[in-house]
Design a protein around this ligand. Structure first.
Ligand code: SAH
Length: 453
């Protein structure tokens, strides 16, 4: 827009929210995206970037507040990149997530007959993360700092507490900061690529309270490991496993392929509803256990099992959904690409005394072809891919297998919508339920039911 210039100070009315939770002000049809603003608010803002098709603004002050505005309870909120919606009431967050699904499926994609339910929320939408991954760095005066990255950067904001994490994780974090100094452990520097300790990863069993502490190091040599483990075990009687994960790749990937158990068990145990699971350090496990139970229950309701079905659980992780469903099915086949997760899945089936599950390690798109060749004909297919969604050939193979129902869980509704178009040749998208797995953030999780036409 030609008339708009950087540093202009303007007032405007927020008319929309982006999927990143940024307010949208429009001048004619040209959008200006302004974080920390809400629909219907009248605001004063400063233009900080002008591009051909859009601009970015910074909120100066809210002139007329939305009813949905609340004071963010976290003191780091406006700096940290972890949460994006703390300035919005929880009910408004749930409404916004539903609205985005409606937008994607009803308005953009014309799945107008699909029922979109209200977002299933949490009673207490805080302290829900059962896993925390916290980078370690040094302050300007060379003191250890730990916390989260500043928005769109890799600068660490030193923190004492994070309101979406398990309380115990921040205790471990604060103790570790002190132990780094006491034991003189060197800290990894992303720029020089030198130094040892990179990340602290902590996992807690939601029901068991078992604690796994993972110290991610640049290289294997770790002379203070024994003293550090002693100190942590003394402080945390519930620590079940302490691991060193070696990551000498100079990339943004947090964990490397190799882990060494420094103390205790290889895995921790957790429960969801009546089912018990082993979880190893490298396996995917849903972050928010409260909401996972609701998500899986919804998936189970959509699957409408009678006890006689053949079910595929694709992208199965440690087999949680498969094991959830096995009691109500004839046989469940699971596929997952991470070997340690498949190892966990097999152990978990044994642990829950199930004899009607089979888990295969491999790519879903390849293993499903093998199953088809073996003559396996599923009645229900569960799909739960990562953010990028499914491979096209995988969806086409499902169409050939022609199950009665497909239940598709997604952490990225836009790829789910793309994939729904392929399934739509043969299936009606009946219903979608958003489940809020990540309160205070813009992440949306949905579970969708497709029925054969
Ligand atoms: N259903 C599981 C895991 C879902 S997360 C649960 O609810 O816990 C998605 C999983 O897909 C991850 O475990 C990831 O390792 C796996 N994955 C990613 N790409 C894959 C592929 N091409 N084939 C099979 N699994 C894949």
């Amino acid at each position: 827009m030609e008339t708009l210039k950087k540093n202009d100070v303007l007032t405007g009315q927020v008319v929309d929210l982006t999927h990143e939770g940024h307010g949208v002000v429009k001048i004619d049809r040209y959008p200006i995206f302004i974080p920390n603003t809400l629909i219907d608010e009248k605001i004063e803002y400063k233009v900080i970037k002008v591009k051909k098709n859009f601009a970015i603004g910074k909120l100066i002050k809210v002139i007329t507040e939305s009813d949905a505005r609340v004071e963010p309870p976290c003191i780091y909120y406006y700096k940290c990149g972890g949460c994006q919606l703390q300035h919005m009431s929880y009910q408004a967050q749930l409404n916004m997530k539903k609205e985005q699904v409606v937008n994607l499926f009803h308005r953009k994609a014309k799945f107008t007959n699909t029922v979109i339910k209200d977002t299933v929320g949490m009673e207490d939408p805080w302290r829900y993360r059962n896993k925390s991954q916290i980078p370690v760095g040094l302050s300007k005066d060379q003191q250890p700092i730990m916390g989260f990255y500043r928005q769109r950067s890799h600068d660490i904001i030193d923190m004492e507490s994070c309101l979406i994490q398990d309380q115990q994780h921040q205790q471990v974090m604060n103790d570790l900061k002190q132990l780094i100094s006491e034991l003189n452990i060197s800290v990894y520097n992303e720029k020089t690529k030198k130094g040892l300790l990179r990340h602290l990863v902590v996992r807690t069993g939601h029901y068991t309270n078992q604690l796994m502490i993972i110290l991610v190091t640049n290289g294997k040599a770790f002379k203070q490991a024994e003293s550090l483990v002693d100190a942590l075990v003394r402080k945390y009687p519930n620590v079940t496993s302490i691991k060193q994960n070696i990551n000498d790749a100079h990339s943004n990937v947090i964990m490397g392929p190799q882990s060494i158990t420094l103390y205790g068990e290889e895995e921790i145990e957790d429960q969801l509803s009546e089912v018990t699971f082993n979880i190893s350090d490298q396996s995917f496990y849903q972050i928010n256990s409260h909401q996972t139970e609701k998500l899986y229950q919804q998936a189970l309701d959509y699957a409408q099992l009678t006890g006689d079905e053949i079910v595929l659980d694709t992208y199965c992780g440690i087999g949680t959904i498969a094991i959830y469903m096995a009691e109500n099915a004839r046989h469940v086949y699971g596929v997952e690409v991470v070997p340690s997760a498949i190892n966990d899945a097999n152990q978990n089936a044994t642990k829950n005394q199930l004899e009607n599950t089979t888990f295969v390690c491999g790519k879903a798109e390849e293993v499903i072809l093998k199953w088809k060749a073996e003559g396996i004909r599923p009645d229900v297919v569960m799909v739960d891919p990562p953010r990028k969604g499914c491979d096209e050939t995988f969806l086409e193979t499902i169409l050939e297998l022609n199950p009665k129902r497909i239940v598709y869980i997604s952490c990225n509704p836009s790829t789910q919508q793309r994939d729904a178009h392929i399934l739509n040749h043969q299936y009606d998208l009946k219903e979608i339920t958003p489940v809020d797995m990540f309160p205070q953030t813009t992440h949306i999780e949905t579970v969708a039911l497709f029925e054969r036409k």
